[in-house]
Design a protein around this ligand. Structure first.
Ligand code: 0O2
Length: 219
């Protein structure tokens, strides 16, 4: 297989950082970059799937309920870059947008979140770049989850590269709240009111109490 010089260069993530091109979603460069993020998701998703099946088979325990993966849409990447006041270049995108590749792990109980987090962080070769515990410290909106930004090694034919992946770990109850709240937040033609925001925070607190009760019942 003949590999063009330019494309071999750009397969290396470091070379993307030296490449001064502007983001253009229909551009081949953008597609190549998204391919690398997709492969990082695949790597990690397979490993989480193995933990999930292992716990079911060996310990008769459903540690993971389900896993969702997604690549952030170009529109949403650009929106986030503008919000963070980044220049719209590939370099700024790779450096500043941590959740282009995203994996959401949903589990039954709050204590499972920490088991999953520890299992993921113990995978050889995976680096933890950042952690955010929105369980002990929920966001102002009421949002609760555990976030980790990882450096995931992806072995391509020519080199090993590290790719950022954001993992969000939540209970089923937290997932229920955040999916609905996310939909409401982005509802067109509807201004979010202070009163509604307060109600969402109250719902999050109820959900949190429910999670704690469920955990006690399980003990
Ligand atoms: P989408 O559609 O899920 O992609 P960082 O650059 O990592 O320091 P970042 O990414 O701004 O900071 O911050 P954060 O808050 O740690 O993670 C952002 C993601 O968490 C969001 O992605 C949501 O998925 C989720 N999230 C954070 N706050 C809320 C919230 O109040 N409600 C809901 N429903 N989800 C939240 P995006 O890019 O916003 O969206």
């Amino acid at each position: 297989m003949k590999i063009e010089e330019e494309s071999t260069d750009l397969i290396n993530l470091k070379n993307f950082l030296d490449y001064n091109g502007k983001i253009e979603e229909k551009d081949v460069t953008f597609q190549k970059l998204m391919f690398i993020y997709k492969m990082a998701i695949k790597e990690l998703d397979t490993k989480i799937e193995i933990f999930k099946e292992e716990f079911k088979t060996f310990y008769d325990y459903d540690l993971v309920d389900h896993v969702n993966t997604r690549i952030k849409s170009p529109k949403s990447i650009i929106q986030k870059m503008k919000k963070k006041e980044c220049k719209l270049t590939y370099r700024e995108m790779i450096e500043n947008i941590n959740d282009i590749a995203g994996i959401r792990v949903v589990c039954p109980l709050q204590k499972d979140i920490y088991s999953i987090k520890n299992l993921i962080q113990s995978i050889p070769g995976i680096e933890t770049l950042k952690e955010k515990d929105y369980i002990t410290q929920p966001k102002e909106s009421g949002y609760s989850a555990y976030h980790i930004i990882l450096g995931v090694p992806v072995m391509l034919s020519q080199q090993l590269i590290y790719v950022k992946v954001e993992v969000q770990i939540r209970t089923m109850a937290m997932d229920f709240w955040s999916s609905l709240e996310h939909k409401m937040k982005y509802k067109p033609n509807e201004e979010p009111s202070k009163k509604k925001a307060k109600e969402w925070v109250n719902c999050a607190k109820t959900i949190n109490k429910l999670d704690e009760k469920m955990m006690l019942l399980n003990e």
